[in-house]
Design a binder for this molecule. Structure first.
Ligand SMILES: *Cc1c(COP(=O)(O)O)cnc(C)c1O
Ligand SMILES: [Zn+2]
Length: 500
């Protein structure tokens, strides 16, 4: 819709201006830093940073009802930079001029209601929010769009003509970073560090296809992260891991979209998401808090974080009460099908502790819970979800298993509604589906496929058929007729078809 067709009272707000005043604040020593340097950790104490906007006045002035209208009308606006996560520009990074925003089609992913069969299996109504439908097929694109838009803005304002961006990854961060960097052309080169053999073939193919320098390292993600941090500390590189707090900002859009998709009524919702580095759950809580603060939503939804028994440091932390980051103990992970969340020492642990406390406090009761599921439960859930019209990855399966667990634990009631983060597309995690169908998991996973959920192709070779098409030699005449006749008979038998 064209600008002049919108109601007059909304027109001035549709195309936003960079009126924010953003700054970093250290979570440890609370020192504030300007954004005219690329910072990842506090130069004083080494703790992680959060980004805030000092100019809250232009947010406060409007009130929740006007904001709802602005976002709802922006949905109809054809303006590229505002098509994705930056529909909520004022709440994300309102310092980046619109023409410097990088938009590759991220965000605004669908929420798909679980069918009746699936609802009955889990025990309450729920939706999958399909973040696998982002451009690099995971939610990481939300954060990357924001981080790279900021880098673009930074480079333009500092007359930087070339940069190297680097990240460690469990697979999806590197796919996303490489994709966005490649869009920015010669100015931004990217290098990604991956734990060798711990990402799927598909995830490895993505940064290779985007032209990134791919570096494989022996070890797990936590080991790669240590190396990347040392590189960022000692050399001129831009860090694209979730220590980069611009990424957290972009990921808050997940919450904004849920709020908007449910007409800003989320008090009866439970948002369920897998926890790896804990960046995503931090962003999701923080997003809802922002909308709540401005009166855009009246109530905060419940937040359910899910971890696998094979990588559960956050679960263990909350099991022992919430005593502060000093008591947090990193763990050594075991093999997990939720490979993208297979992290023993989450980078965002201090953030999650801080934001979860704040969340519960604002809600006036406990609204944040962490549950733990088995590898078996994750795999069964993914396979079952996808047999019911979904496209969940293993982490999406983890979300579904987690919702079921949260119901059993009494954290959610059957009258509530689950919204499950399906964090990536199932096609990225195909090797796990294959291992399930072929019963070929290594013993460490401890997964036995349920026979009724297995699937395999059937090769049709009728015993009376002698001639088959060969490359460059199609069948003809009687041979072709025999081929169709025998094939049809065989298939009708297998499918139990009744004759007309
Ligand atoms: C990164 C990732 C996660 C974990 O998110 P964190 O922010 O690290 O907690 C979960 N699922 C998928 C598919 C991911 O790529
Ligand atoms: Zn500090």
């Amino acid at each position: 819709m064209k600008i002049e067709q919108f109601p007059e009272e909304i027109r001035p707000y549709l195309i936003p201006e960079p009126k924010g005043q953003m700054f970093y604040q250290c979570l440890g020593c609370k020192t504030e830093f300007g954004i005219d340097h690329l910072l990842y950790t506090c130069p004083d104490c080494g703790s992680v940073l959060l980004l805030h906007n000092r100019n809250q006045k232009h947010l406060k002035d409007k009130g929740g009802a006007i904001w709802q209208k602005i976002f709802d009308y922006r949905r109809m606006l054809n303006h590229q930079p505002l098509k994705g996560i930056f529909r909520y520009y004022e709440f994300i990074a309102p310092i980046i001029p619109l023409e410097q925003i990088i938009y590759l089609g991220e965000g605004q992913t669908p929420v798909v209601k679980a069918n009746d069969r699936l609802r009955d299996m889990v025990g309450l109504d729920f939706y999958f929010k399909d973040d696998g439908l982002n451009p690099s097929a995971s939610f990481k694109d939300r954060g990357m769009a924001c981080a790279l838009s900021f880098i673009n803005h930074f480079a333009k304002t500092h007359q930087t003509d070339s940069m190297l961006a680097i990240c460690a990854s469990t697979g999806d961060t590197s796919a996303s970073a490489a994709l966005y960097a490649s869009y920015m052309g010669d100015f931004l080169k990217s290098a990604v560090l991956l734990p060798r053999g711990k990402v799927t073939e598909q995830q490895l193919a993505q940064p290779l296809g985007s032209g990134a320098k791919v570096l494989e390292i022996q070890g797990v993600f936590d080991d790669c992260m240590r190396v990347v941090e040392a590189l960022a500390d000692n050399y001129h590189v831009a860090l694209l891991n979730s220590k980069n707090s611009w990424r957290i900002l972009g990921q808050e859009s997940f919450s904004f979209e849920i709020a908007q998709d449910f007409d800003y009524s989320v008090g009866d919702k439970a948002v369920v998401l897998p926890i790896g580095n804990a960046g995503n759950i931090t962003a999701v809580m923080s997003g809802f808090l922002k909308f709540h603060r401005e009166g855009i939503i009246a109530e905060l939804p419940k937040i359910i974080g899910v971890q696998s028994k094979h990588a559960d440091p956050v679960y263990r932390y909350y099991l022992e009460g919430d005593a502060g980051i000093e008591t947090f103990k990193p763990i050594t992970v075991k093999q997990s099908v939720a490979q993208a969340a297979m992290i023993g020492n989450p980078v965002s642990m201090p953030r999650v502790i801080h934001v979860a406390r704040n969340y519960n406090q604002v809600a006036g009761e406990r609204r944040v819970f962490v549950v733990r599921v088995t590898e078996q439960e994750i795999m069964d859930a993914m396979i079952i979800a996808n047999r019911n019209g979904n496209i969940a990855c293993t982490q999406g399966g983890e979300s579904m298993a987690g919702l079921k667990k949260a119901l059993e634990e009494g954290y959610v009631g059957p009258e509530e509604v689950g919204i499950l983060d399906s964090t990536a597309h199932m096609l990225k995690f195909l090797p796990f589906q294959e291992m399930y169908f072929q019963d070929s998991f290594e013993p460490e996973f401890n997964i036995k496929p349920r026979p009724e959920l297995k699937n395999a192709p059937t090769w049709i070779r009728p015993k009376d058929l002698r001639k088959y098409p060969e490359p460059g030699q199609p069948l003809q005449g009687e041979d072709m007729q025999a081929f169709v006749r025998e094939m049809t008979k065989e298939i009708a038998g297998i499918l139990n078809l009744k004759k007309k």
